[in-house]
Design a protein around this ligand. Structure first.
Ligand code: ADP
Ligand code: ZN
Ligand code: ZN
Length: 710
């Protein structure tokens, strides 16, 4: 018998363009190699977890120089469709294949010391899961109960769905509370009739999963569900991922990371709130879970449904042009009308307390008179009030009344936020929301010794104080990441609201989305203007989506004919298009207005963008690094005329945790040209780099495709 060595190519989680050859000893390892197997190998004098991407009997290197694969993970191979998806992601986002795919495997499966124990662990997890109280199921709306609009929507979904194996992208657009969820869950019912079929259901935020989980349970009491999001313990997530990748779980419900799960019998995908920026990963491979899910559906020839009240401009245009199927729900499911929108012009003195009625000058300036009166009336009507303020903490900065000192982070180019006692520990502190540094509040000004330090501006804590003082009889609850960490978690806080134990809720964007409250009569938005104008061209689109979302919390349970609720928005710019379209509940008008603005300015989706990030010890060096890069592109004739390469600039927050950061924006009307340029750029950058750090200038770099904030 001739000796026939088996060579496998293995990728690991490092910013490397290629994989490495290893020998495969089938006898020692107990089986033949397959693409998709997770292995342990020796790499640079230590151990690394890798993935087999190729099997052959050939290597460019001498066999005697090759090391052998050490061990195998107790997992079936990742399925070929997932490898195709990851391969696409790696190319499109110009990121190494290994560093794209390996981070998507849950940590428990990458601890090789535990591999022997895993079968036992799985058994235990299975037992534990069976014992766990299954979530209460609620919110089942059967096909018979659907209203006429919903029935029509469902029929459209089912109509072409019977043709096997073909790709469909469908936008389901309908105002908040129009019953979109009820429609797509009924649609999934028909897909899940096939015993082995699996479906993937994505939600933008962890906080939205418990509610949807309960609803899914009501529709599919018999099916196994795998929950995948970062709020779940590593062990549980590893188990859920395993159940998905082995086909044991039929419903995979999770946040953006769930989009990268191996799901061998995937038959349909639903993306709830498809416009939400949380679908964009902002570290590592900076992917868009929505875009990857669409690619995946296309690759698998299955349907994908995108659901939203305020679709992204990209999706909306695709539906308008007929590239996606377009299904609309135009009535609120339970007959309630839409909330009335009130714009409170804060520059108009009639809307403000006059000095005469300022009996509590400390706080009355924080809430306009018009809004305060509306809140009082709403309380009298025994309805709940929801106040949205998009900033946690007490105040965004502390200042000295005698000199110009402001509380600034020592490591970042931003001010530190003041948090009152109780939020981040027993005492009041200053906290940096960029690097996490927490410092005690100084008793005296560090510059001049003055003891009179004052907070400037306001965050959720200060508004909470204001509300408690202005309506002492009301029960007030603050909902933000600080308060949800302290108590039993966000879910417990939401329950308090549901149970009617609260009169006024003061909350950050956490409360704006998805939750189906029963008795909210008034929604107030205090800081809309801060998000109206910003360097980011998507600011208005985001604000509009958020206002529609939060408005949707008002009066969801209003019955036919009953007035549904009010939303008050304090602003200095009531005439701006965002507010005017909102006033008329004209989502399509806003979309169409925004898309023509984009078209005129040649901004996405009418062009494609990429950012090159650079960070190092000094901003000058980071800028120089990018300038030289641009210079090289130019001199080598790599900037075709469809491509626009801007000059490097410092990032909006220039310094974070000691690193100074710059960026270079590249824009093209042609996707392919951009892709080609990025690939060349990547090669160029790698030539002088160790991983992703330049050897000569010590600058760390990263390429980002389709950035969501520029
Ligand atoms: P969306 O996903 O569009 O926000 P949901 O499906 O969550 O809408 O529906 C909003 C509310 O109306 C939920 O409480 C839901 O249970 C209820 N609902 C949906 N469809 C119906 C229906 N046909 N009849 C009665 N209630 C419904
Ligand atoms: Zn001072
Ligand atoms: Zn900082």
């Amino acid at each position: 018998m001739t000796f026939n060595p088996i060579v496998v190519q293995v990728v690991i989680d490092k910013p490397l363009a290629q994989g490495f050859d290893y020998l495969w000893d089938a006898e020692k390892l107990g089986k033949l190699p397959e693409v998709g197997i997770v292995v342990e190998v020796s790499f640079a004098r230590s151990k690394a977890i890798g993935l087999v991407i190729k099997v052959s009997d050939y290597s460019e290197y001498e066999f005697s120089k090759l090391k052998s694969v050490d061990r195998l993970a107790p997992l079936p191979p990742l399925d070929p469709a997932l490898l195709r998806l990851m391969n696409f992601a790696s190319q499109y986002y110009v990121h190494g294949f290994g560093e794209t795919i390996l981070p998507s495997i849950p940590k428990v499966w990458k601890k090789s010391d535990d591999w022997e124990k895993i079968p036992k662990k799985l058994e235990l997890a299975e037992k534990k899961k069976r014992k766990e109280k299954s979530p209460i199921s609620e919110g089942l709306i059967t096909v018979e109960q659907l209203n006429a609009d919903q029935k029509k929507a469902l029929q459209e979904l089912l109509a072409t769905g019977q043709k096997k194996s073909h790709f469909r992208a469908i936008l389901l657009q309908g105002q908040t509370g129009s019953g979109k969820t009820a429609v797509f869950l009924n649609w999934l019912t028909s897909i899940l009739k096939e015993e082995t079929a699996q479906v993937l259901l994505l939600v933008p935020e962890i906080n939205l999963t418990p509610q949807l989980e309960r609803r899914v349970k009501a529709y599919f009491p018999e099916k196994k569900m795998a929950l995948l999001h970062s709020g779940i313990s590593e062990n549980k997530r590893g188990f859920a991922w395993y159940e998905a990748m082995t086909g044991k779980a039929q419903i995979i419900l999770g946040t953006r990371l769930a989009a990268l799960t191996p799901i061998p019998n995937l038959r349909a995908i639903v993306i709830d709130e498809e416009h939400d920026p949380s679908y964009k990963q902002q570290e590592g491979t900076r992917y868009s879970a929505r875009d990857l899910a669409i690619w995946r559906a296309h690759d698998l020839k299955i349907p994908i449904l995108l659901s939203s009240a305020t679709p992204s401009i990209e999706t909306w245009l695709a539906a308008q042009s007929g590239r996606y199927e377009y299904i609309r729900l135009d009535q609120r499911a339970q007959g309630a009308s839409l909330p009335s929108v009130h714009l409170v012009n804060t520059r108009d003195s009639q809307n403000q307390f006059s000095p005469g009625d300022l009996d509590a000058p400390k706080y009355k300036s924080l809430i306009s008179k018009t809004l305060a009166h509306a809140i009082t009336k709403n309380l009298e009507a025994k309805k709940q009030t929801l106040i949205l303020i998009n900033r946690r903490g007490y105040a965004p900065v502390l200042s000295c009344s005698a000199c110009s000192w402001l509380s600034k982070c020592t490591q970042c180019s931003v001010c530190t936020v003041m948090h009152k006692a109780g939020a981040l520990g027993k005492r009041s502190v200053l906290s940096c929301h960029h690097c996490g540094l927490v410092t005690p509040i100084p008793s005296f000004c560090p510059e001049c010794g003055n003891a009179d330090l004052r907070s400037l501006g306001h965050g959720s804590q200060k508004i909470e104080d204001a509300v408690e003082e202005m309506w002492p009889q009301a029960r007030v609850l603050r909902v933000d990441t600080d308060s949800s960490k302290k108590s039993k978690g966000a879910e417990a806080l939401f329950q308090e609201i549901h149970d009617g134990n609260v009169d006024i809720v003061v909350g950050t964007q956490m409360i704006a989305k998805g939750h189906d409250y029963r008795n909210i009569g008034l929604v107030a938005v205090l800081d809309a203007d801060s998000r109206l104008y910003s360097a980011d061209f998507r600011a208005a689109e985001r604000l509009f989506a958020q206002l529609v979302q939060v408005a949707g919390r008002a009066g969801r349970a209003g019955t036919n004919g009953e007035k549904s609720g009010d939303i008050y928005i304090e602003t200095q710019y009531p005439d701006s298009p965002v507010f005017q379209y909102l006033l008329r509940h004209d989502v399509d008008g806003f979309m169409s207005f925004t898309s023509s603005e984009r078209e005129e300015a040649r901004l996405p989706p009418y062009s494609y963008q990429a950012l090159i990030h650079a960070e190092g010890k000094s901003i000058e060096k980071a800028i120089q690094f990018l300038s030289e890069l641009k210079g090289r592109l130019k001199s080598r004739g790599l900037i075709p005329k469809e491509l626009k390469v801007y000059d490097p600039v410092p990032k909006p927050v220039m310094r974070v945790a000691g690193a100074e950061r710059a960026q270079l924006l590249i824009e093209s009307v042609n996707r392919k040209t951009l892709q080609e340029t990025l690939e060349k750029l990547d090669q160029d950058l790698r030539q002088d780099s160790q991983g992703r750090v330049s050897k000569t200038s010590r600058i760390r770099w990263l390429i980002e495709r389709d950035p969501i904030a520029v």
